[in-house]
Design a binder for this molecule. Structure first.
Ligand code: MGD
Ligand code: MGD
Ligand code: SF4
Ligand code: MO
Length: 720
């Protein structure tokens, strides 16, 4: 097999007809081979440690969008508010954006322009986007959709371990766990090939315990299913720790040698009675006891959280409660054991490391840390004093757009917030209030439909780069072919915009007076290999150190686990074996207590509403709703409710219902299922329009992470 890697983007070289690459969608980053025969592009699974030869339906059909009729192949411009988008040339489109950004910044200041990125962007693009915001626009306003995703686990992990890598061990460890606890994760639908590792686990006699308000496809495979009320995981975790302490299952030596802060946690959970957790969550005390025993009395135990536990206004504390439990049992750093978060987006891990987060510089450095600013400014050839400070988290940013003190222009790369943001109708109206909305996308997403300028960008199979999967394994995305005529890469778009900002954004030239004077073309190269080389230097010495990772080294093996500070030295598949990357080398317990959801149920809104995913659609659906096979498999939104509830409401299966909250409503057919709690209704969030789940969701956010409360709000359900 030819390796498409090295030659694909070199001009003048005919692209290879085969490329060993990875699926464009989720964080499992299943290995696949793309083969072009004439007009046809075929996908075949490739044996890789994450997917072990498997793909889900989204992966099998991923190439269908490459030559899809909906694909954008020319920039689009809107000449006046309310007018239609019309095709335009690249120079006209980029000139319009450049002039618009300059004018807005001259009138309203640098922070009047904001950038919104995505966890699907390659490391190179995420890095370039962060640099573009700080160096070319010099705005503090950049954040991204990863804030909707794993930000609560990231904040809790950093707080406890001093580092946030979703899984601090390879995925294969799941297959060898004696007990595996999955909290708010439904990988049977969200990462189907991951289930191969769970099948291994079962074959070896391991126990699987799933915590989910619904009896999901994943929960059906479990030995024990805990079915809590949404928003009560924190109470469940504290009760599990209470039981473990009462039973004498504390790992005293580990707690003494490797942690701090346990005493306060002990005092707090002493009052977290299992009976009270049962009252709050509905999970029987006997099941809590069985779970605590299964985790505490085996050699290898792993606790994983995903969005069900994390997407809450108390998401950080909820994850902290599970980390406390893991620490008390001595799991993190013990071979085959630990705590982890299942990261979601294709580059959800790498996308959170290289600077598209409001408070972050590359290498997972903090933008308010003087040493970090100095290091990164030196790589960028700018004065550290010229780097902006931290911005605000995604929802706060979107909610401020077009308001008196908020940004007046927004550039979107790799997200579709009209469908995916909480309280989406409000976000949509904020986007409409902007003076300039620019969207770089492959298709006319719902967000692109509102834009003044739409810039058509290359797809995954048309560009090289790296992605960092849910294990912290840095992988190679390899191009099969050049982008079609009329389409540019995200890197080329940033370079084109930077060129138009030169000399106008105040002191762009002065910024470089400390080092060699860079032209925008030098500062924003379009060759991803060049960007990666710079990323390595920028990340050197940071928590997520990529300086020893090279494309060649990734190609030679099945990826490289960060941190990897030395090209000749080892990478780090397993973290925390001897110490934690905190100042004193110890993990930090932190006492947390349950608190109710931001919006309690009441007489007018008596039901709990929660949201999530189905197998055949991805995220806002901008891509997968356009794939015929996936549309057939999952044609539209629905509302899952228990037959008892449906009976009380007089609703039959398939009948259209309205789900109404204080923020808005969705309409979709009812899907009756005994798999859900009778006090809770569920809807997937993949569809726009009447079925949009985010018309209903609450925009309350976690005070630490900025994570919105996607997983619980109060609603009523009516026949439509
Ligand atoms: N098919 C598909 N796969 C995907 C994606 C996709 O859109 N479609 N997206 C990718 C991304 S970005 C992500 S983040 C991952 C997400 O992967 P998951 O976290 O597995 O996905 P969700 O469906 O959002 O949520 C998981 C489960 O949480 C449950 N849940 C709801 N409320 C609560 C609660 O309060 N407590 C608990 N314990 N559980 C609760 C839901 O019933 C649901 O079954 O999937 C990735 N993979
Ligand atoms: N109610 C509810 N809402 C949720 C969630 C939930 O569980 N419930 N989950 C949240 C989570 S975890 C996530 S991750 C978000 C995700 O939601 P979004 O941020 O909307 O994610 P996508 O739908 O993947 O949007 C990616 C967009 O970028 C485009 N795109 C793809 N690749 C590229 C690229 O390389 N460059 C550029 N420029 N564009 C590209 C795609 O066509 C698409 O329009 O949704 C969140 N919203
Ligand atoms: S599980 Fe994720 S990475 Fe694998 S084929 Fe499906 S969407 Fe792609
Ligand atoms: Mo996500």
């Amino acid at each position: 097999m030819t390796d498409g890697a090295r030659v694909a983007t070199r001009p003048g070289v005919r692209p290879p007809r085969e490329a060993a690459t990875h699926c464009p969608y989720c964080a499992l980053q299943c290995g696949m081979v793309l083969r072009q025969t004439g007009e046809r592009i075929e996908v075949a699974p490739r044996d890789f440690p994450t997917n072990r030869g498997g793909l889900c339906q989204k992966g099998w059909t991923a190439a269908d969008l490459l030559d899809h009729p909906d694909r954008l192949t020319t920039p689009l411009l809107r000449d006046r508010p309310g007018g239609d988008l019309r095709p335009a040339g690249w120079d006209e489109a980029l000139d319009r954006v450049g002039a618009g950004l300059r004018e807005i910044q001259e009138r309203h200041g640098r922070d009047a322009v904001a950038v919104f990125g995505g966890g699907g962007l390659t490391n190179e693009k995420a890095y370039a986007l962060g640099k573009f915001a700080r160096v070319a626009l010099r705005t503090r306003h950049i954040d991204y959709n990863g804030r909707w995703c794993m930000s609560s686990a990231a904040a809790a992990g950093t707080r406890a371990f001093g580092l946030d890598r979703g899984l601090p061990f390879p995925l294969a460890d799941l297959g060898r766990a004696d007990t595996l606890l999955l909290v708010g994760a439904n990988p049977a639908e969200t990462m189907p090939p991951l289930m191969r590792h769970l099948a291994d686990q079962r074959e070896r006699g391991g126990r699987l315990i799933v915590v989910d308000p619904r009896l999901t496809a994943t929960a059906r495979q479990a030995d024990l299913h805990l079915q809590p009320l949404p928003g009560t995981d924190l109470a469940v975790a504290n009760a599990l720790l209470h039981i473990a302490l009462t039973e004498g299952w504390l790992d005293r030596a580990y707690v003494a040698d490797r942690t701090t802060g346990f005493d306060e946690v002990r005092r707090t959970v002493a009052g977290c009675w299992p009976a009270e957790a049962e009252r709050l969550s509905g999970v029987p005390v006997a099941d809590l006891e069985a779970t605590a025993r299964a985790l505490a009395t085996v050699d290898r135990a792993i606790i994983l959280t995903a969005r069900g536990a994390e997407q809450h206004a108390k998401g950080v504390d909820t994850v902290t409660a599970f980390i406390n439990l893991a620490l008390a049992l001595g799991l993190p750093g013990r071979p085959g054991s630990g705590y982890g978060c299942l990261t979601g987006q294709g580059n959800g891990q790498g996308g959170r490391e290289h600077g598209q987060k409001a408070d972050q510089l590359p290498g997972y450095r903090r933008i308010d840390d003087p040493a970090a600013r100095e290091h990164v400014a030196a790589v960028w050839g700018v004065d550290p004093a010229e780097l902006p400070g931290p911005g605000v988290p995604a929802y706060q940013l979107l909610d401020s757009l077009g308001t008196a003190d908020g940004p007046r222009a927004l550039l979107v790369f790799g997200s579709n917030p009209v469908v995916s943001a909480p309280r989406a109708a409000r976000v949509e109206s904020r986007l409409r209030d902007l003076d300039l909305l620019v969207v770089a996308d492959l298709v006319r997403s719902e967000t692109a439909e509102l834009a003044d300028v739409v810039l058509p960008v290359a797809q995954w199979a048309e560009e090289d780069g790296t992605m960092t999967n849910l294990e912290g394994r840095v992988l190679r995305r390899r191009a099969l072919r050049e982008p079609p005529p009329g389409v540019r890469t995200d890197l080329a778009v940033l370079a084109g915009l930077a060129a138009r900002l030169q000399g106008r954004v105040p002191s762009y030239r002065e910024m470089h007076n400390k080092g060699p004077l860079l032209t925008p073309t030098e500062a924003f190269p379009t060759d991803p290999a060049e960007v990666f080389a710079e990323l390595r230097r920028a990340s050197a010495g940071g928590p997520a150190d990529y300086s020893g990772v090279s494309w060649e080294r990734i190609d030679a093996d099945t990826g490289v686990f960060w941190p990897c500070p030395d090209e000749g030295g080892p990478d780090t598949p397993r973290l925390f074996a001897d110490r934690f990357p905190t100042p004193d080398g110890r993990a930090r317990f932190r006492a947390v207590t349950h608190r109710p959801a931001a919006e309690p149920v009441c007489a007018d809104y008596p039901l709990h509403f929660t949201t999530g995913r189905v197998l055949a659609q991805y995220q806002s659906g901008a891509q997968t709703r356009r794939v015929a096979a996936l549309r057939r498999a999952a044609p539209g939104g629905f509302v899952e409710l228990h037959p008892d509830l449906a009976g009380r409401l007089g609703v039959a299966d398939g009948e259209e219902v309205r789900v109404v909250s204080r923020r808005g409503e969705l309409r979709a057919p009812a899907r009756l299922s005994p798999a859900i709690r009778p006090d809770t209704v569920f809807a997937p969030f993949h569809w726009p329009g009447a079925a949009r789940a985010n018309s209903v969701t609450n925009d309350a956010v976690d005070p630490v992470s900025g994570m919105p409360e996607f997983k619980i709000c109060a609603v009523r359900v009516e026949k439509a």
